[in-house]
Design a protein around this ligand. Structure first.
Ligand code: NAD
Length: 478
């Protein structure tokens, strides 16, 4: 990538039209990590045209060819883990070990979906008419507009592009304007893997670029990962376009009276500092049974001693800075509200004054969090463990479900019957029993509960392949 190359369109780095220069300032060091213009509607046009031109021939290839390409992309990304991880930590701010894990996971997704795609099969269906034979198979939707957030810059691209390529789709990706560098640099791996020109295009920018993409007549479907507020706006603009929407979470972590309290505390803390709490399935609300409240809080404070805030390039550090001023200001608002409402701040609660940027937020533990406080009601997206107390199991479940979102939850108990009750009655897409709410796997269908405010569709395993293809039915009359 050269400094004049801002976008990746039709298989090459190009400078495009671009308006203004958006400086990418490292949240870790305050240095200028790069400068990329925002793609204009004309840049989006060029990318969509390239994608549409490339897609039919790609859809016509056989699945083994598509799988082989995905495996090559996975291999090429794996060769670049160190380089891409360093760049991601510089622009995103998360500890280097986390960036390494992200890039490795992105590579793994290309291998996983290569293998899923060759096993994606249709069905033969019995007909009421004995002269008919009905069967289904899966066809690519066409050209996808992919809009991604800044918390996992490359991984979120891979979550759509790997299953999309494996099933014969083309893609125009819009990463956020503040973390476009890792995604752009990763296109070197795509070139080395031999991705046909036009199948993957990258046009960074903010909301205006995103709107140009969503409303473009040449975009058949939208893959969105970001906040529920933006997701709702996009949905209005997208009309009847097909979509997969992966939005915000307010992860309840429920600790029952019989839980292993040390394990629950460890998991609650881990889920709050991973990526500085900027994860859709982070620990957002810890709801603990009153009988074990005091012992649990003591365990949380013990586990919190292992959190080291500092330079994300330092191997001893496991909590880096927040990514941007918007999330830091939200944490400030949530903490001010918690103080006003009488919550008890047991640890942290402020930005660190002596840090290289104003984005280093102390690891924070807050007890006696009122249910109507911002910490409880909204996704905080910061390194905070907010503790809410419930009277009994029914009350714990009520608090967990009294929420506008519903992405992923966790429950800690040794009782299998109780574990199943929470697994089945918590209004979320996934329930983790006895581990961090911030746990996921590439082969798990990750996504929100239907009817809540966190979107639809599934990321992971064969489910994204199904979401990114149409079920085509053939009927043969004999
Ligand atoms: P965001 O909604 O602010 O931005 C997401 C993307 O949407 C960015 O690329 C942004 O430029 C773009 N965008 C903004 N306005 C737009 C518009 N009007 N039209 C089209 N595109 C527009 O979210 P964020 O702050 O980047 O990310 C954090 C959020 O993402 C959190 O709420 C988090 O929970 C969520 N998230 C969800 C998942 C999941 O799998 N459910 C995964 C990661 C992050």
């Amino acid at each position: 990538m050269t400094t004049t190359s801002s976008f990746f369109v039709d298989g090459a780095y190009v400078s495009g039209q671009g308006t203004g220069i958006v400086e990418v300032i490292s949240p870790a060091t305050g240095e200028r990590a790069g400068a990329i213009p925002e793609a204009t509607a004309a840049d989006v046009d060029a990318a969509v045209a390239a994608a549409r031109a490339a897609q039919p021939a790609w859809a016509a290839t056989n699945v083994w060819e598509r799988a082989a390409l995905c495996h090559r992309i996975g291999d090429e990304l794996a060769k670049r883990v160190d380089e891409l991880a360093r760049l991601q930590t510089l622009e995103q701010g998360k500890p280097l070990a986390e960036s390494v894990a992200d890039i490795e996971e992105a590579a793994k997704l290309f291998h996983l979906h290569a293998e899923d795609a060759v096993r994606l099969h249709g069905e033969t269906l019995p007909s009421t008419d004995s002269s008919k034979r009905m069967f289904t198979y899966h066809r690519p939707v066409g050209t996808w507009g992919i809009i991604t957030p800044w918390n996992f810059p490359l991984l979120m691209l891979a979550e759509f592009v790997a299953p999309g390529l494996a099933t014969g789709n083309a893609h125009v990706v819009k990463p956020p304007e503040n973390t476009p560098l890792t995604v752009l640099a990763a296109m070197e791996a795509f070139i080395a893997a031999g991705v046909p020109a036009g199948l993957v295009n990258v046009v960074p920018g903010g909301g205006a670029t995103g709107e140009a993409l969503v409303t473009h007549a040449g975009i058949d479907a939208i893959g969105f990962i970001g906040s529920s507020a933006t997701g709702a706006r996009i949905q209005k603009m997208a009309g009847l376009k097909r979509s997969v929407m992966e939005c915000s979470g307010n992860g309840p972590v429920v600790v029952l009276a019989d839980a292993d309290l040390a394990a629950a505390a460890r998991a609650a803390v881990d889920g709050a500092y991973l990526c500085a709490g900027q994860v859709c399935c982070a620990t957002e609300r810890v709801i603990v049974h009153a009988d074990v409240h005091d012992a649990f809080v003591a365990e949380v404070l013990r586990a919190a001693e292992t959190v080291v805030l500092g330079d994300p390039f330092d191997a001893a550090v496991n909590l880096g800075p927040l990514n941007n001023e918007g999330v830091a200001a939200k944490m400030d608002r949530h903490m001010a509200d918690a103080r006003e409402r009488g919550a008890k701040i047991l640890l942290g609660g402020a930005r660190r004054a002596d840090a290289p940027t104003g984005l280093y937020y102390e690891f924070t533990v807050v007890d006696e969090v009122p249910e109507d406080s911002l910490l409880s009601r909204e996704e905080s997206f910061g390194p905070v463990v907010p503790i809410i107390t419930g009277r009994d199991d029914d009350d714990l479940l009520r608090i967990a479900n009294d929420d506008a979102l519903g992405l992923q939850g966790a429950v800690f108990t040794k009782d299998m019957t109780k574990a199943f009750r929470f697994m089945e009655e918590m209004a979320v897409g996934q329930v983790i029993v006895n581990d961090s709410n911030s746990w996921w796997d590439v082969n798990m269908p990750f996504g929100g509960a239907g009817g809540r405010g966190t979107g639809w569709g599934r990321i992971g395993g064969k489910w994204t392949l199904l979401d990114m293809t149409d079920t085509r039915t053939g009927v043969i009359s004999l």
